[in-house]
Design a protein around this ligand. Structure first.
Ligand SMILES: [Zn+2]
Length: 160
């Protein structure tokens, strides 16, 4: 009998000069980008953790350790493709993913559809199953000062 499982994921990265800004697999023109071992795609990382959590797996840091030189600079879309393999091997099927990006700037809305397309094709699921939203932190705290970005995601998976 199929069971429904849900998972949650959270991630945050600092912003720094001289880095590309990649969110949801989409490169967005901006004067700063997220710092990290990979492309630091905070949105994809939160989604990966939500899906791994729903499968009862350990987190993204365990599956893709930042001490592993072979994955230095790995595209986070490639991480999601590998997470899709974990789901397939565990006979899990994505019911839906919903994620919120928290960023003061730039404007995210024009890029949401492209992000959903990249993420749904990496996870090999229908576009309609992927929800992406964005909000600001209303100027509050480090996120509000634009020192970094964060993302939170939930995922629901049917497992046989
Ligand atoms: Zn991350």
């Amino acid at each position: 009998m199929a069971t429904t499982r849900c998972g949650i994921g959270y991630d945050a990265h600092r912003l720094a000069a001289g880095r590309k800004l990649v969110l949801g697999g989409v490169e967005i023109p901006h004067d700063v980008g997220l710092e990290g071992h990979s492309d630091a795609d905070v949105l994809c990382h939160a989604i990966a953790d939500a899906l791994l959590g729903a499968m009862g797996e350990r987190d993204i840091g365990h599956h893709f350790p930042n001490t592993d030189a072979s994955i230095r600079g790995i595209s986070s879309i490639a991480i999601l493709q590998r997470v899709a393999d974990v789901l397939k091997n565990g006979r899990g099927r994505i019911t839906n993913v919903d994620a919120t990006l928290i960023a003061e700037a730039p404007k995210i809305a024009p890029h949401i559809d492209a992000m959903r397309e990249r993420i749904s094709s990496a996870l090999r699921v229908d576009l309609a199953r992927i929800g992406i939203k964005a909000t600001t932190n209303e100027g509050l705290g480090a996120l509000g000062r634009g020192e970094g970005m964060a993302a939170i995601a939930v995922a629901s998976v049917e497992q046989n």
